[in-house]
Design a protein around this ligand. Structure first.
Ligand code: SAH
Length: 210
């Protein structure tokens, strides 16, 4: 397996370097609650991207609901041919500026996830809306990702494992990895009382069955 050709030391170094670079990105200026706009914490983004690199999944990478671009830009930093789409034009314009600032080439487009299509089989790395504001908001993302990808990395709120496994098996995919984290969410919206709130999330790697 690709994993064994890398040392843990090399893995830690790669993750750390990514974190340092991704820290420089701008977040949402005017986050829209309806769209569940939260930036993936840098450490979590770096972890997922490092795993994707180890699994040799970074080739053509699509970030569905890219927001300000952290996952697509991170994938480009690791050598991927990256593309990000988001329904919010303000987010897309920040993402474009972020890519420019870091000096990587990423195509960012304004597009609704349900309207997106691509001809090549890709790796999707995404942090979709969790469906807290609008129940089931993560579904079109998972559906689209499984339609266009050979491998998918996706972040969901804790307790999504059964749902993700079911959707995967219906579409001839297998959940190969589940990583569980508690992530600090910065206070983005005024109705949050504390500066930071911790939430439990699950990160899935899904691979198409041969
Ligand atoms: N992927 C980014 C942002 C995560 S927040 C990151 O990791 O930091 C979820 C993103 O999904 C938001 O940017 C939101 O604008 C976008 N989004 C919500 N509904 C969408 C839809 N129907 N089509 C495309 N993007 C959508």
């Amino acid at each position: 397996m690709a994993y064994w050709i890398h040392s843990h030391r090399e893995e830690r170094r790669l993750k750390r370097e990514l974190e340092i670079t991704l820290e420089k990105l701008e977040g949402f200026k005017n986050p829209k609650i309806k769209l569940e706009q939260y930036v993936t914490p840098t450490k979590l983004a770096a972890f997922i991207l490092t795993q994707a690199k180890i699994f040799e999944d970074i080739d053509i990478v699509v970030d569905l609901g890219c927001g300000t671009g952290i996952l697509a830009i991170g994938a480009a930093l690791l050598g991927g041919d990256s593309l990000g789409i988001d329904v919010d034009h303000e987010a897309v314009s920040i993402a474009k500026k972020n890519a420019e600032k870091i000096g990587v080439n990423v195509d960012f487009f304004v597009c609704d996830v349900k309207d997106f299509c691509c001809k090549k089989e890709v790796t999707t790395i995404m942090n979709p809306p969790f469906g807290i504001q609008k129940r089931g908001a993560d579904r079109p993302f998972l559906k689209k990702a499984l339609e266009i990808s050979k491998v998918v990395y996706s972040i969901h709120s804790a307790g999504s494992e059964e749902f993700v496994k079911k959707v995967a098996s219906e579409r001839s995919f297998k959940v190969t990895n589940v990583w569980k984290f508690k992530i600090p969410l910065k206070r983005t919206y005024s109705f949050h009382e504390k500066e930071f709130k911790e939430i439990a999330v699950e990160v899935f790697r899904l691979a198409k069955l041969k």
